[in-house]
Design a protein around this ligand. Sequence first.
Ligand code: AMP
Ligand code: ZN
Length: 113
Amino acid sequence: MSDCVFCKIVAGENPSAKVYEDEVCVAFKDLEPKAPVHLLVIPKVHIQSVDAVTPENSGVVGHIFEVIPKIMAEQGAKTGYRVITNIGPDAGQTVPHLHFHVLAGQEMGWTPA
Ligand code: AMP
Ligand code: ZN
């Protein structure tokens, strides 16, 4: 997707503070962190959101969930972390490229809706 801000990060056309990259996914720091550690983990392939996950592309989601614990161990998140994904306007999705927010570094409240 040529006009997708996260595809441009994957392609190296937009800057990002990457903390992890492999052949399937990239993790980088959120521009507006909501916790001491706030990463976004995204597939390199453009998938709009969880709504667009299919049997053909769901492997990248499984891969991302294998990688997140390794990244968070490196980030020193010994006492837990939170993974969030927003889907569509009611959930406040602002970037239409599947991304998992990963938050850590503090005790968190729970007011998700
Ligand atoms: P969402 O509202 O769930 O779609 O989350 C989008 C997230 O992307 C927000 O937390 C933004 O701060 C973050 N964001 C948008 N553009 C960038 C960027 N170029 N680099 C890092 N984070 C970004
Ligand atoms: Zn994209």
